[in-house]
Design a protein around this ligand. Sequence first.
Ligand SMILES: C[S@@+](CC[C@H](N)C(=O)[O-])C[C@H]1O[C@@H](n2cnc3c(N)ncnc32)[C@H](O)[C@@H]1O
Length: 274
Amino acid sequence: METCENICWQYKNDLKHLYSLKEIDEFIRMAFLKLSDWNRIDVSLNKKTKINKDAVLAHKNIINRLSNYEPIQYILQETNFYNLVINVKEGVLIPRPETEELVHWVLDFVKDNDHVLDVGTGSGCIALAVKSFSASINVTGLDNSSNAISIAQQNSRNLNLDVSFEIDDILAPRSHYKSWDIIISNPPYIPFSDKKSMHDNVLNFEPDNALFVSDDEPLIFYNAVAKFALKQLNDGGLIFFEIHEKKSDETLELLASLGSKKLKLKRICKVKIG
Ligand SMILES: C[S@@+](CC[C@H](N)C(=O)[O-])C[C@H]1O[C@@H](n2cnc3c(N)ncnc32)[C@H](O)[C@@H]1O
């Protein structure tokens, strides 16, 4: 039987040419938490503890998949987002820490009983985090991927957070929507030409539809969401976007040209319109 120490050594030895030691330590932490419910301190206190056969096989499978650059969140089928455990699978974007900052900003403005729409909801992470803030907020998430919507619905059930999720294409939205107090979106915004500078663990596993836009129309989603918002937002309503860090000027110009007022840019990658 192998000990915890042997398993940790295997992670380090097999992955050291692919990942930094810091990243490998994080994989070890996440894998032991998922498989044995051990936190970092448990792992260091249990160095000599024997690991059962099934868990050893599971660790070897994780190491093997990490060697193929598969993201740890897909392997473990979950990630943490704004203190929520969000299930993720291939076909849905892995929520990013910078998107937690967007939620944090939104929560300064959302009020009880507000109607909030999350456009391009993916795993539902933004919509669910907003709902977790207060049960009285009415939250809807929409996405054109049926795969994403079914994962978002599963997350809503697992977390017991009552968010409604709908399939729709924001580039040609159905017209029956009600009006909203807040619209949030982290849409696809990476031009296809940026692909060459991106890592295999993103390119080989995360969905193109969630990430990329054509080089000719890099702001297509900001244009679509802003036009939708002009029709569907209540008086005094707000839009929040996560945006491309190198496209803040163009995005602000586009939003201003569509009639958005009081544009506010935060940390060069997020924008609020009020
Ligand atoms: C950058 S991901 C964001 C996912 C999630 N909100 C998050 O922050 O992790 C963009 C999302 O937009 C969705 N999407 C792409 N094209 C769309 C469209 N035409 N209409 C609606 N959603 C779309 C993708 O399926 C994907 O889930």
